[in-house]
Design a protein around this ligand. Structure first.
Ligand code: ADP
Ligand code: MG
Length: 359
């Protein structure tokens, strides 16, 4: 029997920058997906998710994405399929899946499952791929086999995570670096407890608005635009394009500033960038909700809080708060109580350490 593990992740700065060929900062968290498995000695694949209480079997020699009940297996079978397409010597195996990562909560349980599968396959079949290759193959599995058009952030964060470090991803060059946080900080991820009210069309609409703003500014992507250029172009940009572009360009700049602040050990200044990021989401990108705003407004008044913002796509979902470890439990408790008193909703608060990536 062999064991593999890959964590979930949270986006710290760099909201909606990925499809604008920009930069993003994330962190791997201390929750993830563990696989325990062995070679089957044939082409038989047997997968058992303890989390879901479901088992799925497939033939490694004839893999095809499954619908309905077996959809969860696509994340593992997709990685096997991509490995095979790359000519890597893999075959049938059995694996038991255990996870302490909430599913579909924006913490990227899907990428954790893929990257954990890639790590297990390497152990079982004697492969030694570098982490960037692992991340890219797992993204391909999610794109091609699962059919979700995601970027590289989730898989790269799970593969490159490092305890106490932020992960920097350049979405254009697809390079990854890590930068340490000062000691004594922790993350609080808070799900707002309200189902996504929107259809999902907003996400595509934002993409198109960003591409349109870049085109109006004569740029290949918003990655190539500075805030000075946006201010200068205000006269030719419709007001909405201006705000959409200002968010993405501001986020790219905040990521780079954030790394400088971390290098200088100034975690307070880093936290201020997180608050600024949220304000920009709220005002410029309009991907916040009253509930996410309430979470940020409440938490910022609590002692020990350094920064807070919505994380991921927005329109619901969760906030991420950077805070001092010795105050973390008190903050989490107070936030849930005050949020409930104000909104009537029950938030789910997850205190997380910034943890190592897959192994
Ligand atoms: P997220 O990545 O934000 O958690 P996704 O919708 O991308 O949300 O991925 C969630 C899906 O990944 C689940 O619906 C399920 O199909 C699969 N998955 C994640 N963790 C597990 C698990 N422990 N066992 C089985 N399937 C899982
Ligand atoms: Mg996912």
């Amino acid at each position: 029997m062999q064991t593999s593990y890959a964590p979930g992740r949270v986006e710290l700065l760099g909201n909606h920058t990925d499809y604008n060929e920009g930069v993003v900062l994330s962190a791997a968290i201390d929750r993830g997906v563990t696989l325990i498995g062995e070679r089957s000695g044939s082409s038989l694949v047997t997968l058992c998710s303890t989390t879901l209480g479901l088992t799925f079997t497939a033939d490694a020699a004839s893999l095809a994405p499954c619908k309905d009940q077996g959809e969860w297996a696509n994340y593992l079978l997709g990685v096997l399929d991509v490995f095979q397409k790359e000519g890597l010597p893999v075959g049938g195996f059995s694996a038991e899946i255990k996870s302490n990562l909430p599913l579909g909560a924006g913490l990227s349980s899907s990428a954790a499952l893929e990257v954990s599968t890639a790590m297990l396959l390497q152990k079982l079949f004697g492969l030694n791929l570098d982490r960037l290759t692992v991340a890219k193959l797992c993204r391909r599995a999610e794109n091609e086999f699962v059919g979700v058009n995601c970027g590289l952030l989730d898989q790269a964060s799970s593969a490159f995570g490092k305890a106490g470090h932020a992960i920097f991803l350049d979405c254009r060059s697809e390079t990854v670096e890590t930068t340490p946080f000062p000691d004594g900080v922790e993350l609080l991820i808070t799900q707002c407890g309200v189902a996504h009210r929107l259809s999902g069309g907003e996400y595509n609409e934002r993409r198109l608005q960003c591409f349109d703003a870049a085109a109006r500014l004569g740029a290949k992507a918003l990655r190539d635009v500075s805030s000075a250029q946006i201010e200068a172009g205000k006269a030719i940009l419709p007001e909405l394009s201006y705000r959409r572009a200002a968010h993405v360009v501001g986020e790219n700049e905040r990521v780079l500033q954030g790394i400088d602040f971390l290098r200088g050990g100034d975690v307070k200044a880093f936290g201020a960038l997180m608050f600024a990021s949220h304000e920009s989401s709220r005002h410029n990108f309009e991907n916040s909700t009253p509930e996410l705003d309430a979470l940020v407004e409440i938490v910022r008044e609590l002692p020990g809080v350094l920064g807070s913002r919505l994380t991921g796509g927005g329109f619901g979902g969760a906030t991420v708060t950077l805070l001092e470890r010795d105050k973390a439990s008190a903050v989490a408790e107070a936030l849930v109580a005050k949020y409930h008193a104000r909104t009537g909703y029950t938030a789910q608060a997850h205190l997380c350490e910034i943890a190592d990536g897959a192994h």
